[in-house]
Design a protein around this ligand. Structure first.
Ligand code: IVH
Length: 684
C-alpha cells in the first residue's frame, strides 16, 4: 500500500499513463474512442501536474513526453528546422481566463499598473492538424506534420491535394526560404457531406472533422483524400531566410495572406485584457455559426520584439495562450430511443438523453440517423454515450462508452407501422432508410411538409411555426399545401390561443409570401434530394417552372451538380399528377414569381468565376480539357489560350510547359486540378 503522499502520486501517475496509453490507441489507431476528448485532456493535465510536482516520477515513455501522433511506418520522418511549439492552454472558459493571461504578460514584462495596455492579436483556435509548409523560392517543396514537435512526418503528397494551399506563392519576389505554419482542417459542411455519403453507402461514418482531417493527412496513399475535402488556415512562421519578418504578428499574417496562403479573417488586434475578453465573448456568440470547429481562441502578444523578450518555457512560448470554450463532446446516459417521422416519411431514431451541457447548450435529444448506424455503434438504452454538438448541426451520438450492462437490454428495432399514422413502414431494397408509406395522409409528413414550405429559406411565412402547424393539421383545417392560402381571418382567429392580431399578421404574411422567386418555390415544394443549392441551379438552368416540370432525366442531368439520383427524384415528383395539381393550385391561389429571372436577385450568389479568365495547360489527373473548360464556363469564367497579366489563374497539369513558365514569370496564381475544384466550390 502506498500510504505516503509520494507513493500515492507515483501510483496515480502510473495509472494515468496506462489509461492515457489505452485511450490514445483507441482514438488514433483504432478510430474508436471510448471517452470524450475533454476527459482525455483532463487525465493528461492531471498527469502533467503530478510530473511537474514530482520530477523524479517523469519517465521517458510518459505520454506527456510524446505528443501523440507517432511516426507511422511508411511516412518519412523529417526533423523540423525549427521546433514546432505548442501553446499553453487556459481551461477557465470564463473571462477570468483572458484576464489571467494579460496579468501574467504584464508581470513578466515588468509593466507598472498605470502603463498602457499591451497590444495582442486575437485569433481562432482551429481544431485540426498542425502542418508546416516549406516554400523555397516560392515553391512548395515539403509539408510536414508536427509529430513530437522536433520530428514530424513528410505528408507533402497529401498536402498537395489540398486545393487551398498554393503550390507556388503569389508575388514576384518570394523569399528564398519561408516556412508557413497552420492548421489543416475539415469544414463542417464537408464533413457532413462525407458522412451523408457514407450513410447512403451503408459505410462507416467518421467521428468528427478533426479526426477525419488528421487521419486523411497521415495516409500513405493520397487517393484516400479524394473524397475528403480539406481546408487550411495559416497562423505563423517557422524557419525563414532572406525575408524580413514584419514587426508585428498581425502584419506577418497579412504578409502570409498576400502570398496567397489562406489566413482566417476573424482575427483582431486588440488592446489589453478588456480587448481579449470582448473578443472571447464575440467569438463565443458566433461559434455555432462558423463553418468549421474551433475549440477556443488564441491570444498572442502582437509585437515581435516583445515576443522575443518574453521567450519560451520548455516547448511553449510565454507570449501566447489558448483560451478554451466548452467542449463539443460530452458523455451522458441514453434514457430511451424515440422515432421521428420526417417530411419525406423517413423514420429517424432519436436518442432521448439525460440532459447534458455540450458545445455551450443543454442537449436532451440527439439523432441516431438510422437503424444500421445505431447497430454499428452498438448503443442500447441505459448506455453511457458520447454526444457531439457542433454548430447548427443536429446533435448526434458518436458512440458508446463500453461498460458492462446491468441486465439484458433488447436490441432496438424499427417499428413495422408508422407510430404517427399507422401506415406500413417500408424499406427500399438495399436502402438503409425506413419510410412511412402514408404520404400526405400521415399527419407527421404533412406537418413537416408545411413547416418546410413555410420556412425562412422557402416561402418565408412568418408566424407559421410548429405549434400552429400542429393545430392546423390536428384540427383537420389543412390537408394540402395550397389549402394554406384558403385560411381566412375567421378560421384562424377561431383557433385556440390565437389572438386577432396574430391571425391578422399571419394572413398578411401568407399574402406576402405569394410574391416569391422561382428557386424558393422549387425548394419549398420539398422534392427529395432538392436542397437550396439544387433549387437555385434548376431555376438558373431552366428559367421557367414548366421547363423544370417537363424536363427529362437527360435534360436534368445537364444541370451542374445534378446526378442520376437527384434527376430521377425530380422527374418522379413531377410525374405524379397529384404534385402537378399542387403546383397548379398554388399558382391559382396567387403564388407567383418572375419567370426567366433565374435565381433570385436579392440574395444572388455571384458565380465564383464571373469576369475571370483562366488558362488551362498540361494534362489534368481526372478532367479532360473540354470538361475543365465547361466547368470554368459554368462558373461564369472564360478560358483563354494564352497567359497575360489579365489572367486570373493558370490551371496546370502534368507536362505543362511554356504557359506555366509565363505564369510564374508574371506571378500569376497556379492551381492544380484540386485547386480548380476548390475555386469552383466557392460561393456555390
Ligand atoms: S500558434 C508558437 N495559433 O493549437 C505557437 N496554434 O498547441 C504555435 N492551433 O497544435 C501555435 N489554431 O496546431 C496557434 N491560431 C492558432 C492556432 C493554433 C490552432 C493549434 C496548433 C497546435 C495547437 C497549439
Amino acid at each position: 500500500m502506498a500510504a505516503d503522499p509520494a507513493g500515492r502520486a507515483a501510483a496515480r501517475a502510473a495509472e494515468l499513463r496506462a489509461l492515457l496509453q489505452h485511450h490514445a490507441h483507441r482514438y488514433y489507431v483504432l478510430d474508436q474512442p471510448e471517452i470524450p476528448d475533454a476527459d482525455y485532456d483532463r487525465y493528461f493535465q492531471e498527469l502533467q501536474a503530478i510530473e511537474a510536482a514530482h520530477p523524479e516520477l517523469l519517465t521517458a515513455d510518459s505520454p506527456t513526453q510524446r505528443v501523440i501522433g507517432q511516426v507511422l511506418d511508411g511516412l518519412t520522418p523529417v526533423k523540423h528546422a525549427l521546433p514546432m511549439l505548442s501553446i499553453r492552454t487556459e481551461t477557465d472558459t470564463t473571462a477570468a481566463g483572458a484576464e489571467a493571461f494579460d496579468a501574467r504578460i504584464r508581470r513578466e514584462l515588468g509593466l507598472a499598473d498605470d502603463a498602457p495596455p499591451v497590444e495582442y492579436n486575437a485569433e481562432l483556435k482551429f481544431d485540426g492538424l498542425a502542418i508546416n509548409l516549406r516554400y523555397e523560392d516560392g515553391l512548395l517543396v515539403q509539408a510536414t506534420t508536427r509529430g513530437d514537435g522536433e520530428t514530424g512526418e513528410d505528408v507533402t503528397h497529401n498536402v498537395r491535394t489540398i486545393g487551398q494551399i498554393p503550390l507556388r506563392l503569389l508575388g514576384s519576389a518570394p523569399p528564398p526560404l519561408i516556412e508557413i505554419r497552420g492548421e489543416a482542417y475539415m469544414r463542417r459542411d464537408d464533413f457532413e457531406r462525407l458522412n451523408e455519403r457514407q450513410r447512403e453507402k451503408g459505410g462507416k461514418t467518421f467521428i468528427n472533422p478533426r479526426n477525419t482531417a488528421a487521419g486523411a493527412i497521415r495516409q500513405l496513399d493520397s487517393r484516400a483524400l479524394a473524397d475528403k475535402r480539406l481546408s487550411f488556415f495559416a497562423y505563423g512562421l517557422g524557419d525563414v531566410k532572406g525575408w524580413a519578418q514584419p514587426p508585428t504578428h498581425s502584419a506577418t499574417l497579412d504578409a502570409i495572406a498576400a502570398f496567397g496562403v489562406p489566413v482566417n479573417a476573424d482575427r483582431r488586434v486588440v488592446q489589453g485584457a478588456a480587448g481579449l475578453v470582448a473578443y472571447h465573448e464575440a467569438i463565443a456568440a458566433r461559434r455555432d455559426a462558423l463553418p468549421f470547429d474551433i475549440d477556443g481562441v488564441v491570444y498572442k502578444v502582437n509585437s515581435v520584439a516583445l515576443q522575443q523578450r518574453l521567450g519560451f518555457v520548455s516547448r511553449e512560448p510565454r507570449w501566447a495562450v489558448a483560451h478554451k470554450y466548452p467542449a463539443q463532446e460530452q458523455a451522458t446516459r441514453l434514457n430511451g430511443i424515440a422515432i421521428q417521422v420526417g417530411r419525406t416519411g423517413k423514420l429517424t431514431p432519436v436518442a432521448k438523453l439525460e440532459p447534458v451541457f455540450v458545445g455551450g447548450t443543454t442537449v436532451s435529444n440527439a439523432t441516431l440517423h438510422n437503424v444500421f448506424e445505431l447497430r454499428r455503434k452498438g448503443v442500447r438504452v441505459g448506455d453511457q454515450v458520447i454526444v457531439r454538438r457542433a454548430g447548427d448541426v443536429i446533435p448526434e451520438i458518436v458512440g458508446r462508452i463500453p461498460a458492462p450492462r446491468p441486465a439484458y437490454v433488447p436490441n432496438f428495432r424499427m417499428p413495422r407501422e408508422c407510430p404517427v399514422c399507422g401506415s406500413r413502414v417500408l424499406r427500399e431494397k438495399g436502402g438503409i432508410d425506413h419510410r412511412c408509406s402514408g404520404g400526405l395522409f400521415c399527419a407527421a409528413q404533412r406537418k413537416q411538409a408545411l413547416l418546410h414550405f413555410a420556412g425562412r429559406r422557402a416561402m418565408d411565412i412568418e408566424g407559421l411555426g410548429d405549434k400552429l402547424v400542429d393545430q392546423l393539421v390536428d384540427g383537420g383545417l389543412i390537408r394540402t399545401l395550397p389549402e394554406l392560402y384558403t385560411l381566412g381571418l375567421a378560421k384562424l382567429a377561431a383557433l385556440e390561443r390565437m389572438a386577432d392580431k396574430s391571425a391578422a399578421n399571419l394572413v398578411a404574411a401568407l399574402d406576402q409570401s405569394k410574391n416569391t422567386t422561382l428557386n424558393r418555390f422549387i425548394y419549398a415544394l420539398g422534392i427529395r434530394h432538392v436542397g437550396e443549392a439544387t433549387a437555385r441551379d434548376l431555376a438558373r438552368h431552366f428559367g421557367a417552372l414548366d421547363r423544370v416540370m417537363d424536363a427529362s432525366v437527360e435534360q436534368l442531368l445537364q444541370v451542374p451538380d445534378v446526378g442520376p439520383v437527384v434527376a430521377q427524384s425530380i422527374r418522379s415528383f413531377f410525374e405524379q399528377p397529384h404534385n402537378r395539381e399542387v403546383v397548379e393550385q398554388l399558382r391559382a391561389a396567387g403564388v407567383h414569381w418572375d419567370e426567366h429571372a433565374g435565381s433570385e436577385t436579392a440574395n444572388a450568389v455571384p458565380l465564383p468565376l464571373s469576369g475571370k479568365t483562366l488558362v488551362l495547360t498540361g494534362t489534368l489527373p481526372t478532367l479532360t480539357r473540354d470538361e475543365a473548360k465547361a466547368l470554368v464556363e459554368a462558373a461564369g469564367g472564360k478560358v483563354a489560350g494564352s497567359v497575360s497579366k489579365k489572367t486570373f489563374a493558370v490551371v496546370a497539369g502534368e507536362e505543362a510547359g511554356a504557359k506555366l513558365d509565363k505564369a510564374r514569370e508574371l506571378g500569376i496564381t497556379v492551381l492544380d486540378e484540386a485547386g480548380l475544384q476548390a475555386l469552383l466550390q466557392q460561393g456555390g
